[in-house]
Write a protein that binds this ligand. Structure first.
Ligand SMILES: C[C@](O)(CO)[C@H](O)COP(=O)(O)OP(=O)(O)OC[C@H]1O[C@@H](n2ccc(N)nc2=O)[C@H](O)[C@@H]1O
Ligand SMILES: Nc1ncnc2c1ncn2[C@@H]1O[C@H](COP(=O)(O)OP(=O)(O)OP(=O)(O)O)[C@@H](O)[C@H]1O
Length: 301
């Protein structure tokens, strides 16, 4: 008896970052778009909590209680007076420490999988509450689609999207630590007046219309200068994608994955080939978004 949940990666089409708050987090206007790269989380009853991981980046994933999937199982079990005795297997396809919310995806996936396996019947509200305790990106991993995240990114308002967008992702050699990138943002903006973050109306309209050209004209990531400062080689990857015809080239979230919005599936393939041929990234992925949020794919039998 086991339950498998599929969970998407995300790209931030707008990431507006405010000044650091007293609690160390930053207020955001975070426009999330789920894209079709997925991790699959399978939970099976076991004598004790155990985690395994497969996939090309598996060796970088912690297999102890610090794994967000383990933390999710423990949090749900504690709320319902259960023992978190499950084997969690993560089939990992989302790049690790890549700015695509891979760990968050596993947290949301394990939560939904354990809820289904244990029959805890937690409401959507309770699941989202636990997600927010696990991390700022985790609620969106559960929800999927597109959403505006405010607060530290955990307060979600689903957004309408009028079509599918073609994306290419270039995976970098190495990762970036999210706190380090926010720290670099603070260093780069020290002494300046950081405006309160706000979603751009023209960007929300472009999403609503499914208009890739209009979306490309308005994407913006306030963490990009910080990511480039810590990982300067990313500038070359961005330039290659733009020269190959991408409508927009940007750092995905805290990086170092770079994201390229293409006008068509054919153009996306051309951008991907140029990126690979340039030698400025370790791998490329072609996909589209929005993608659905965490979904049970193989229920308990
Ligand atoms: C960069 C993004 O991926 C964009 O969606 C997120 O803002 C990061 O979300 P996350 O990885 O879920 O981050 P969390 O696990 O909640 O926080 C990790 C660390 O990132 C920094 N952090 C995160 C979110 C936020 N709004 N402000 C922050 O300053 C803090 O240093 C925090 O200690
Ligand atoms: N299930 C998990 N998968 C990957 N990393 C995990 C997981 N649980 C905990 N981690 C830890 O979290 C760190 C960040 O990994 P993750 O892949 O979530 O980064 P990210 O995609 O850049 O995050 P975000 O986009 O949400 O800022 C890893 O280096 C690892 O130590």
């Amino acid at each position: 008896m086991s339950v498998t949940v599929r969970v998407p990666a995300k790209v931030n089409v707008q990431l507006a970052v405010g000044a650091a708050r007293p609690d160390g987090f930053h207020d955001l206007a975070n426009v999330f778009l789920a894209v079709g790269l997925y991790d699959e989380v399978t939970v099976t009853p076991a004598a004790e909590l155990k985690i395994t991981c497969s996939g090309p980046d598996a060796h970088q994933v912690p297999l102890d209680a610090s794994n967000l999937a383990a933390r999710a199982a423990i949090a749900l079990a504690a709320r319902h007076g259960l023992a978190p005795d499950v084997h969690i297997h993560i089939a990992k396809d989302i790049p690790v420490a890549g700015g695509m919310a891979g760990g968050s995806a596993d947290g949301a996936g394990a939560l939904l999988a354990c809820d289904t396996l244990w029959g805890t019947g937690a409401s959507r509200t309770e699941l989202l509450e636990i997600c927010a305790e696990l991390g700022s990106d985790v609620p969106f991993s559960l929800l999927g689609g597109a959403a505006l995240g405010t607060g530290r990114g955990e307060l979600l308002e689903p957004l309408p999207v009028g079509g599918s967008f073609h994306w290419v992702f270039a995976l970098a050699d190495g990762g970036l630590s999210t706190p380090a990138v926010y720290g670099e943002f603070d260093r780069l903006t020290a002494g300046t007046d950081v405006p309160a973050p706000a979603a751009k109306p023209e960007l929300l309209a472009a999403l609503r219309a499914g208009d890739a050209t209009a979306l490309a004209a308005s994407v913006v990531n306030d963490l990009q200068p910080a990511a480039l400062s810590l990982f300067p080689a990313l500038a070359r990857t961005l330039a290659v994608g733009s020269a190959a015809g991408a409508l927009a080239s940007l750092v995905s979230g805290s990086g170092p994955t770079t994201a390229f919005l293409a006008k068509s599936a054919e153009s996306a393939e051309e951008v991907a080939s140029a990126l690979l041929a340039s030698g400025t990234c370790r791998a490329v992925r072609v996909t589209s978004g929005p993608a659905p949020g965490a979904t049970v794919v193989a229920p308990a039998v």
